[in-house]
Design a protein around this ligand. Structure first.
Ligand code: ZN
Length: 308
């Protein structure tokens, strides 16, 4: 069985308001514009490499950010085959007994969405496994590293003539990282399942459901209260001071996301019969007056504690 490392580049709508995106919507969020791959021999050495550009048929104009990142613009892709033809060429190049490997879990979902959208389910490909996940576990890393980070960690110098974010080059670099793994075959345990891709307009505020707690104290000490998440990125917010009572059954404080700034956190409690408590948390971007208000309340609360 042969290892084939695959990397993809894709285009996205110029705008989420564009007519073409409005028309096809979440059926195709990212349209593939390049397939890059390398084949490894029995000794995990690179035996062959492939770059297949794909001419987009829906998001025809290459997004400036993608163009800048990949070096692929409309000129470079002019005359390239459309998706089906490129995928057929790729499948033929892969041959018979092989497994596909990628860096990370994005490519598998983008590939699947393109296969579904362009109705290419008849072109069969081997399952995909994730090298990044294995690398992360082998090195006991907290976060999944980018390919570039993984190369730095393994002292693999990029080739000046091979820019990142070119599918063929990234597949090549992934192969170099793959070669450093103590037990490369373990990658076969990390089979990937494609996720359905949809474009989610970014939320800036969020409210949880009412959640039951045995007491007010338990509610205030719960993860719901103490480990609030940023509505935009899901990271846990760092609390800026303790919760203070705003009105009976309402507590507020400020939380900070390192990517999205300060948020106003509100806990609303409702005491049920038998002493049980229901609580929900809401999060929204904090205004200057929110922040000043919370700080004043926190200051007053500390003063009261000092007096009592
Ligand atoms: Zn955030």
């Amino acid at each position: 069985m042969q290892y084939i490392i695959l990397d993809l580049e894709w285009n996205q709508p110029i705008s989420w308001q564009s007519p073409v995106y409005k028309q096809i919507g979440n059926k195709l969020i990212f349209e593939m514009i390049q397939i890059g791959a390398v084949k490894l021999d029995q000794n995990l050495q690179i035996a062959d490499a492939l770059s297949l550009p794909i001419a987009p048929t829906h998001y025809i104009q290459i997004h400036p950010r993608i163009r800048k990142m990949t070096g692929l613009g409309n000129e470079e892709l002019a005359g390239a085959p459309a998706f089906r033809e490129a995928l057929e060429q790729f499948a033929a190049w892969c041959g018979e007994d092989y497994v596909l490997l990628t860096w990370g879990c994005d490519d598998v979902s983008v590939l699947q969405q393109n296969i579904d959208f362009f109705e290419c389910q008849d072109i069969s490909l081997a399952p995909l496994c994730d090298i990044q996940k294995l690398f992360t576990q082998v090195h006991s890393l907290k976060d999944r590293p980018s390919l570039k980070k993984a190369m730095e960690q393994m002292n693999i110098a990029p080739d000046e003539s091979m820019a990142f974010h070119n599918a063929r080059n990234d597949a090549w670099y992934t192969a170099l990282v793959f070669q450093t793994l103590p037990d490369p075959a373990a990658v076969l345990e990390y089979t990937q399942t494609p996720k359905s891709l949809i474009h989610k307009p970014r939320k800036t505020r969020e409210r949880t459901a009412m959640t039951p707690y045995p007491s007010v104290q338990a509610a205030l000490e719960s993860d719901l209260a103490l480990k609030p998440t940023c509505p935009r990125c899901g990271r846990i917010l760092a609390l800026d001071g303790e919760y203070v009572l705003q009105s009976p059954d309402k507590y507020i404080t400020i939380g900070k996301c390192r990517g999205h700034g300060k948020m106003l956190l509100r806990l609303a409690l409702r005491t049920e019969e038998e002493g049980h408590v229901l609580m929900r948390r809401s999060v929204a971007p904090a205004s200057y007056s929110n922040i000043a208000y919370v700080h004043t309340k926190q200051f007053q609360a500390r003063q009261r504690e000092g007096i009592s």
